[in-house]
Design a protein around this ligand. Structure first.
Ligand code: ATP
Ligand code: MG
Length: 241
């Protein structure tokens, strides 16, 4: 579904991604782990065209997303993104936040958009808050609304960039549970996370990144039981007793 081919990306003099290649198959749950600054967010942002590569290609359903005839706007409907900081509109209520993209981009009527929004708000257990002001919500509630909003756009893939790292500890679990449920629905997902247990529970494959490179990747079980590289052992040992 997504093919990352030999991506090189620098910001000024800093080479942030050094020849990265990675595939995401339909229905697959891919987790990306690694230390801060290793290039995880940049890689994720490349997948929906929020960054452009210096070298290499990103293919979505075999089409080069950076070719001039490719519509990045359409692409971003199909590849939704969930950010650490929720990115909700403060001046809109919960329902309006979920409706706006559907009405503006997908040209759904308000009635249709509302039906879809309420369906997904219900899935993330936020239907009762449909009329609530976004500012009144906890971080965990905001993130669940952000997930409902993304789902309402009927995406083919969802990209999560550390969806729980801005949350107070007691709210992490409620958001992880929603994401785990989604994972079971068969949606294709790429998740950057520091929640190691979650990555091991949900992912089909885990990529470990360091210094702009993929150090190694494997199934959760194999990566945990039999990491091949010293850097992986060191990174994992911080999280595992
Ligand atoms: N727009 C930008 N301009 C300049 N430098 C950037 C930009 N975006 C990222 N960087 C730098 O690129 C490097 C990789 O950043 P990135 O955000 O991809 O790392 P990360 O693995 O997501 O880290 P974290 O776990 O802290 O989120 C960092 O050194 C960062 O400072
Ligand atoms: Mg990041």
């Amino acid at each position: 579904m997504i093919e990352i081919k030999n991506i090189v990306k620098s910001f000024n003099d800093l080479k942030v991604l050094k020849d990265i290649s990675l595939n995401v198959n339909q229905g697959q749950k891919v987790a990306i782990i690694g230390p801060s600054g290793s290039g995880k967010s940049t890689l994720l942002r490349l997948m929906n065209g929020l960054e452009t590569p210096d070298e290499g290609k990103v293919l979505f359903e075999s089409k080069d997303i950076f070719e001039s005839k490719f519509s990045l706007n359409t692409h971003r409907q199909e590849v939704g993104m969930i950010f650490q900081q929720f990115n909700l509109f403060d001046h809109l209520n919960v329902l309006e936040n979920c409706n706006i993209g559907q009405e503006k981009v997908l040209k759904r009527s308000k009635k249709e958009a509302t039906e879809v929004s309420l369906h997904f708000l219900d899935k993330v257990d936020m239907k009762d808050f449909a009329k609530a002001n976004v500012n009144m919500l906890s971080g965990g509630q905001k993130q669940r609304v952000a997930i409902a909003r993304a789902l309402a756009m009927n995406p083919k893939v969802l990209l999560f960039d550390e969806p729980t790292s801005a949350l107070d500890p007691q709210m992490v679990q409620e958001v992880l549970e929603v994401i785990e449920e989604l994972a079971q629905s068969g949606l294709t997902m790429v998740i950057v996370t520091h929640e190691m247990q979650f990555a091991f529970d949900v992912a089909d494959i885990i990529y470990f990144m360091k210094d702009g490179q993929i150090v190694e990747y494997d199934s959760p079980t194999n990566l945990l039981a039999n990491p091949q590289k010293e850097a992986t052992v060191q990174f994992l040992s911080k999280f595992l007793k």
